[in-house]
Design a protein around this ligand. Structure first.
Ligand code: OFO
Length: 165
């Protein structure tokens, strides 16, 4: 059985994953109307789906442990970006915030002596490591590319085969 503290903290994470999904969906929609960004567009759509999956995983866990998962209200995400680079900078910032939030959850689980939740959260710890790395790799590449259009063309092509799951 989840403690009230643990349940509230997990529900806050449900909201954060939902908001992440919404933020990446907005990036995808923006990318889709830019010329020549098919790879980037697919990447953001796929990433938005993943965040929804992270949210669903939490919802099932909370409910299966005798709690009640609360479906959150969503805020309007940022809709437009001055460049692909800016969008990916936002993505990295967002992922770092998610990692902090997961770390705090792990801390709460230990304080509550909730080892089942602690164990469950390890999947998110690993997932965040991968997502941070992916976001950093994209940012590093875009930094190198700068304003070079042919570099961006190659980035868009390469991102189709980059790990994003
Ligand atoms: Fe990319 O954040 Fe979910 O966990």
């Amino acid at each position: 059985m989840l403690s009230k503290i643990m349940q509230d903290a997990l529900n806050a994470q449900v909201a954060m994953e939902a908001q992440s999904s919404q933020a990446y969906l907005a990036m995808a929609s923006w990318a889709e109307i830019q010329p020549g960004l098919k790879g980037v567009t697919n990447f953001f759509f796929k990433h938005a789906d993943e965040e929804r999956m992270h949210m669903l995983k939490l919802i099932h866990f909370i409910n299966e442990r005798g709690g009640f998962a609360v479906v959150p209200a969503l805020q309007q995400p940022v809709l437009t970006f001055v460049s692909v680079k800016k969008a990916f900078e936002e993505l990295l910032k967002h992922e770092l915030a998610v990692s902090n939030s997961i770390n705090e959850l792990v801390d709460i689980a230990l304080k509550e002596k909730d080892y089942a939740t602690h164990n469950f959260l390890q999947w998110y710890v690993m997932e965040q490591m991968e997502e941070e790395k992916l976001a950093r790799d994209c940012n590093d590449k875009l930094e190198m590319i700068g304003d070079d259009k042919s570099g961006l063309y190659l980035f868009d092509r390469d991102i189709m085969t980059m790990e994003n799951d």
